[in-house]
Design a protein around this ligand. Structure first.
Ligand SMILES: [Zn+2]
Ligand SMILES: [Zn+2]
Length: 365
């Protein structure tokens, strides 16, 4: 499956669309190629990689943006968040000591809640709403909003806004969790201090009209505080206590504090570890890396060099079900007719990118 360098763009286009028919394969609209006047292959490939969702552009990396010169603005600590986050983590540590004396059902309930909230982030806030990598019908969207509320990581609108600006201005001051500021800052520190002015400036210029137009997202945003109290704290604590007679202490510290803390840290590892440790087979010029361990914890979100290279791929990975529970879930939803129009980058476009910008660690599988 090697790409012939002399192949004219329109032939390449044909070959790519005919060889991948299972899901929407990402190719440029033919008109785009024709506009190039049959231009250079390189140019056509750039378009193939970047022109697949005409309605979404604001999660594409902008390498022209550079940090402003001059002294860094003073760090302003948000003490309320620092105290709450510390208490939560202390509660989770105490929860660990209670795990051995938990009822089996409480443990299973915690695991179930972990997977539901993870999907609310990965399949919902991330792949559906931040990147629009597939489309979902109403029942699935209702489920994802509820699951996302269980995860309590800011409402979907805010999450998607922070995430689009993270992709577009990656590793600069306009990136909310800029990994150049170190592991701790990109992991959790960014939630404990006021945002850098560049994040506000650039985030405010993003096109978020698609999110604002979705009534369900605005509904979640409006009732977010009572909703997270119920879905992230009250419900997961009351269920084990009421239904199988778990002690209130075990319910609160294991099913709620420990479970919530694990989901948070698994998600944060995508911003910290997957931006610092791993190979960069698709693009050596950007920070994000391929990290299997992060993928394990974050339901398939650790193939991060791939994901930042091709943010429009619904699998956030070159592969589908390889350490990727979220892709498996979306495919199940598609089999039920609840998800459709899943965008997948073609093998040819991936190989061309590997050849052009990879770090040489790519293993063809
Ligand atoms: Zn990232
Ligand atoms: Zn992303």
């Amino acid at each position: 499956q090697h790409l012939r360098a002399e192949m004219p763009a329109h032939l390449l286009q044909e070959e790519m669309s005919s060889s991948y028919t299972t899901t929407t394969t990402i190719t440029a609209p033919p008109s785009k190629i024709l506009q190039n006047g049959g231009g250079k292959l390189e140019k056509a490939l750039l378009h193939l990689e970047e022109d697949i969702r005409p309605e979404m552009k604001d999660d594409i990396y902008d390498p022209t943006y550079k940090d402003k010169e001059g002294p860094r603005p003073k760090t302003v600590y948000v003490w309320r968040n620092i105290i709450l986050m510390s208490l939560l983590h202390l509660g989770a540590l105490y929860g660990i000591t209670l795990v051995p004396t938990c009822k089996l059902y409480t443990w299973l309930w915690g695991v179930f809640y972990y997977f539901m909230s993870a999907l609310g982030i990965t399949a919902g806030a991330h792949r559906l709403w931040s990147h629009r990598t597939y489309k979902a019908r109403l029942p699935l969207r209702v489920f994802l909003v509820i699951a996302n509320t269980m995860a309590f990581q800011n409402d979907i609108f805010e999450w998607a806004r922070d995430h689009r600006v993270h992709h577009k201005f990656s590793e600069t001051d306009a990136d909310p969790h800029n990994s150049r500021r170190g592991f701790f800052f990109s992991h959790v520190g960014w939630l404990l201090v006021r945002k850098h002015p560049a994040v506000k400036e650039k985030g405010g210029l993003l096109d978020l009209s698609d999110l604002k137009a979705e009534k369900m997202l605005m509904f979640q945003r409006k009732y977010y505080k009572p909703a997270i109290l119920l879905m992230c704290f009250i419900l997961p604590t009351l269920v084990p206590w009421y239904f199988w007679g778990e002690t209130f202490k075990h319910s609160l510290f294991v099913a709620t504090f420990l479970r919530y803390t694990i989901v948070l840290n698994a998600t944060w590892l995508v911003n910290s570890a997957a931006h610092l440790y791993g190979y960069r087979p698709y693009d050596k010029n950007i920070g994000p890396r391929e990290n299997i361990l992060v993928s394990l914890g974050a339901a398939g979100e650790g193939f991060h060099n791939y994901h930042h290279s091709f943010p429009y791929d619904y699998a956030t990975s070159e592969y589908r079900w390889h350490i990727n529970f979220t892709t498996f879930f979306i495919d199940c939803m598609a089999a039920l007719g609840l998800a459709y129009d899943r965008k997948k980058v073609s093998k040819a476009a991936i190989l061309a990118r590997v050849k052009r910008t990879g770090d040489g660690s790519y293993k063809s599988g």
